[in-house]
Design a protein around this ligand. Structure first.
Ligand code: UDP
Ligand code: MG
Length: 311
C-alpha cells in the first residue's frame, strides 16, 4: 500500500534519542489511521545510531533507513529521504525530540485544509539566549534580503505536499536550506504554532561554524542582494573618498598641509580596507558556490537503503 504520510528524520549521532523518539512517534502515526512510512537518514553517525535504526527497520515494515557514506549535513539528509519518499504529505522532524511528534496531526490537518507548505512557529522556544538572539537576527535579515516570508526559519517541524517535494527533488543544489527552497515552490503556504522542547539528550550538532555556514547558505543561496548591496556600497564609498580628497586639496591651499591628520587617514584607510576584504569575501562566497555546482559532484552518497521496499 502506498503511504499517505511520509515522516522524514535526519539523524546524526542521536543514539540516546532514537528509541525515545520512536516510541512517541509510532503511536501518533497509528492513531491517524492512514498508511504511513518513516524514513530515517543516518548522516554518517559515529555512534550506534545506524545499528538502532536498522533494527527499527527490521522490526517495522513502515520504517526505512537511508545509510549515508559520511556526514553530508542535515539538509542533504532530508533531501535523500525526500527522493525515496512516496507519501502525499511529507513531514520533516528533528531526531532530538525538540519537535514533539504529538503535533504531527495538526500539520496533517493543515495540509488537508489546502496548504501545500506548512511551517511552524515555536512557542516558548527552549534554546539558549545566544541561539535565540542569533536566530531572531537571522530571521529578520533573511526576510528582508530574500523576500521569503516565514516567521521562523529554524524550526524543522514542517509539512509539505507531494507537489512541492517533487519540485525540490528536481533541484540539484548542493548547499541549500530546505524551508526556504520549499517556500519558493509553495502556492499556498501556511503556518501553525507548535510546542518546542529542550533537546532531550546529547548536544546540538551545530557548532558555531556550522551555524554560520548555514546562514550563509540561506542568504547567498536565495538572493544576490548581498552582491548588489556591496556594489552600491562600493560606489558610495568611492564618491565619499573623492569628495574627501578634494576637501584635503582645498584645505592644503588655505591652511597648508596637515601633519596631525596622518592617523585619521590611517583610520579611513583601514575602513576602506575592511570594506574591500568584506567584498572579496562575498564575491568569493558566490564564486565558491558556482565552483561547487559546476563540478557536478554527487551531493551525497547513499551506501544502502534498509527497509521493506528495497530489500
Ligand atoms: N543533523 C544531521 N546532520 C548534521 C547535523 C544535524 O542529520 O550534520 C540532524 C540531527 O541529528 C537532528 C537535526 O539534524 O535530528 C537537528 O540537529 P540539532 O538538533 O543538532 O540542531 P539544533 O536543534 O541545535 O538546531
Ligand atoms: Mg535540536
Amino acid at each position: 500500500m502506498t503511504p499517505y504520510i511520509s515522516i522524514v528524520i535526519p539523524v546524526y549521532n542521536e543514539e540516546p534519542n532514537i528509541q525515545r523518539l520512536f516510541t512517541r512517534l509510532y503511536p501518533v502515526m497509528q492513531e491517524i489511521g492512514k498508511p504511513f512510512e518513516i524514513i530515517f537518514t543516518d548522516d554518517g553517525s559515529h555512534d550506534r545510531s545506524l545499528e538502532m535504526l536498522k533494527k527499527l527497520a527490521a522490526d517495522h515494515s513502515e520504517v526505512r533507513v537511508v545509510e549515508f557514506n559520511g556526514n553530508f549535513g542535515q539538509h542533504m539528509a532530508i533531501m535523500a529521504a525526500f527522493e525515496i519518499s512516496r507519501g502525499e504529505i511529507i513531514i520533516t522532524l528533528d531526531a532530538d525530540l525538540q519537535n514533539p511528534p504529538e503535533e504531527i496531526p495538526k500539520l496533517v490537518a493543515a495540509v488537508e485544509r489546502g496548504h501545500d507548505v506548512v511551517g511552524t512557529i515555536r512557542q516558548q522556544r527552549q534554546d539558549s539566549f545566544f541561539r535565540k538572539t542569533a536566530s531572531r537576527l537571522v530571521n529578520i535579515t533573511t526576510r528582508k534580503i530574500t523576500g521569503i516570508k516565514m516567521s521562523d526559519y529554524g524550526c524543522m517541524l514542517r509539512a509539505y505536499h507531494r507537489n512541492v517535494v517533487e519540485n525540490i527533488n528536481r533541484c540539484g543544489e548542493s548547499s541549500t536550506f530546505i524551508p526556504a527552497l520549499a517556500q519558493t515552490f509553495a502556492s499556498n503556504p501556511g503556518e501553525i504554532a507548535v510546542a518546542h522542547a529542550e533537546r532531550s539528550e546529547g548536544e546540538s550538532k551545530y557548532s558555531f561554524y556550522k551555524l554560520i555556514r548555514l546562514n550563509f547558505d540561506l542568504m547567498t543561496g536565495f538572493s544576490v542582494v548581498p552582491l548588489q548591496l556591496f556594489a552600491l556600497m562600493g560606489i558610495m564609498t568611492s564618491i565619499f573618498a573623492i569628495t574627501f580628497a578634494l576637501f584635503l586639496l582645498v584645505r592644503r591651499f588655505i591652511v597648508g598641509a596637515e601633519v596631525e591628520g596622518v592617523f585619521t587617514l590611517f583610520a579611513i584607510m583601514f575602513f576602506f580596507l575592511g570594506i574591500t576584504i568584506f567584498g572579496i569575501g562575498i564575491v568569493g562566497e558566490y564564486v565558491g558556490r558556482i565552483y561547487q555546482e559546476v563540478r557536478r559532484r554527487p551531493r551525497y552518497v547513499v551506501r544502502k537503503v534498509h527497509g521493506a521496499v528495497n530489500e
